[in-house]
Ligand binder design. Sequence first.
Ligand SMILES: Nc1ncnc2c1ncn2[C@@H]1O[C@H](COP(=O)(O)OP(=O)(O)OP(=O)(O)O)[C@@H](O)[C@H]1O
Ligand SMILES: [Mg+2]
Length: 433
Amino acid sequence: MSLRAGLVLWLGCVLAITLGLGCVLAGWHAAGSVRAEMQAALVTGRLSVANSIGENTESRELRHLVATFDGNRHVRAVLSGRPGETIAASVLQSPVQPVPDWFRRMIAPALMPVVLAVPSGTITLFADPTNEAGEVWDQMNDAIRSIVLFFALSVLAIYWATGRALAPLGRLSAAFGRIGSGDFAVRLDGPAPPELTRLAAGFNRMAEQLGDVEARNRVLQDQLLTLQEEERADLARNLHDEIGPFLFAAGIDAAGIQPLLQAGRTAEAVERAASIQASVVHMQTEIRSILGRLRPLSFGDTGLADSIGNMVDFWLDRHPGIDFVLDVAEAGDTLPEQTRATVCRVVQESLHNAVRHGDPARIEISVTRDAADVVVRIADDGSGAGAGGVTPGFGLTGMRERVRAQAGSMAIAALPEGHGLAVTVRLPAGAAA
Ligand SMILES: Nc1ncnc2c1ncn2[C@@H]1O[C@H](COP(=O)(O)OP(=O)(O)OP(=O)(O)O)[C@@H](O)[C@H]1O
Ligand SMILES: [Mg+2]
């Protein structure tokens, strides 16, 4: 059941119960006042008859006395001679409006008639509540009509007001549906009560942030794919340039050994064998370097120091002029795999940034541990970030997100000498993501 229908139903029930109780109470009071009115009318009638008769009152006067009750609203007088013989009876005032029998029965009191002895018979006074019940019935009808009107108007007003107040909730639920289906451009505006305006503002902020996160994820995804493509192309070049010629040379040398031996030119054959061995050694070194780059984050038997060493070797090959200073605590190998992977990623991106943006002569890499944390610091003496400071791109953003995922902290600072930049990352040593 909708909130609106529920509210109207609950309120309707409360009003109906109140109306019912009001009617019962009014009926009870009405029955009391009808009884009092009838008793008073009987007393008055009795006094009037008693004051009008004496020992010698004649029959004609008695009839006249009974006739004085004609048109009375509450009491009927009957003059009787012998038991069962009615000599005269007054006529009650006829009710203005008919009263339903059930109502009359409900509120009419059962009062004993008053019997007065007169010469040659009796005068009996009967209380008749028809007129009084009609009066109460009229009053109650008016009251019930106005209560029912009030009841109907209240329900209508509540129905209208709740519909108006809850309309923004319908828009909110539709907007949530669109967010669920990936439409982060949806926004809530339009008039609403203050409580829902605050809710709409919160929703708009959430949608905006979700949109930003999604856009950033998409770009990071693209960047990851580009990086993978670049890495593959680089590996293909290395295999082609570094392994291909040596394989080719080793094949030629191997093919030449047999004819040389058959021709008895043993010394040359030995030279060829040595040349093959040199080619194999070169290829082994090259393959080890490729493997080191392919699996920089898979530790297996490789320790943290060796993994970072591989990265340093990679850059040293390409920038032999840079002085790399490496200080990796052995205790780094006891760190959880995720923490070690984050350390490697931080070092990888920081080295890349230093070489790419700073043109440094020296890069210091240290991984140290204190009681609770592992501290990674990569400092270079390059150009630094300049007066404008560092504007994070995807590299630093990705690094910050990785560090945050490990409940760590990251700081980027210019070095005091005014040259270079230092990235310092602190990760809980026992952190699980
Ligand atoms: N060691 C550094 N020396 C000088 N400037 C740096 C250094 N590290 C970062 N920066 C500055 O910070 C910026 C942001 O670095 P970040 O790694 O986030 O992005 P990027 O390297 O420009 O691009 P990418 O998203 O490909 O990493 C760089 O563009 C650069 O200006
Ligand atoms: Mg970068």
